[in-house]
Design a binder for this molecule. Sequence first.
Ligand SMILES: Nc1ncnc2c1ncn2[C@@H]1O[C@H](COP(=O)(O)OP(=O)(O)OP(=O)(O)O)[C@@H](O)[C@H]1O
Ligand SMILES: [Mg+2]
Length: 198
Amino acid sequence: MVGKVAAGVVSKTALRKQVVAARDAIPTATRRELSERITTRILGLETYRSARCVLAYMSFGSEFDTSDFIADALAHGKTLCLPRVVPDQRRLDVHTVENLECHLQSGVWGIREPRADRPLVDLGQVDFVLLPGVAFTRRCERLGYGGGFYDRLIPRFARRPRLVAAAFDLQIRDQIPLEATDQCIDVVIYERGLYLKC
Ligand SMILES: Nc1ncnc2c1ncn2[C@@H]1O[C@H](COP(=O)(O)OP(=O)(O)OP(=O)(O)O)[C@@H](O)[C@H]1O
Ligand SMILES: [Mg+2]
């Protein structure tokens, strides 16, 4: 059966398409309002408040809007890190960024990312990670965009930071197809609450 890998389980590719299409259909004003509500929840997390070094991402398309989160991290004097895609090695390099106007450039898929001359961060210093994704479960399983970039990055942290994702309600699914290399996260925050990995 096309799009199915096992009875009742949609393939990763099919699920990505479904969820991104549903997310794209959220009106812009609603997405903005939901992003504000989710951001308030993230900013209230003790692990975020006490974090000194934060890895975030520049949102694109219909994703949860990370701009207020990033602005808060900078305003509170935290070290802000952003990922830069190294496509041929399917790797993310993590750089510090102090100024969003001067230190970013357009990267792969048009997503803004740190310039290559920005300092690389020691991954052992990162306390808190806000990471993107397409779909999540209540058990904090994650489906990304299909590059395996975060699945490769997460094991590289010398000291596992708090791994948090923001999602709209429609991105939370009962089940997602998983492979052995898929990394779970610690917290999924959505507009009405949060899920913690058990
Ligand atoms: N640590 C790893 N080492 C080698 N291959 C990996 C690793 N992690 C994932 N992969 C492979 O990368 C490919 C993409 O993985 P997957 O579909 O899970 O991406 P994703 O989690 O959706 O993407 P991303 O993390 O970039 O958002 C798969 O073929 C997967 O087996
Ligand atoms: Mg994965």
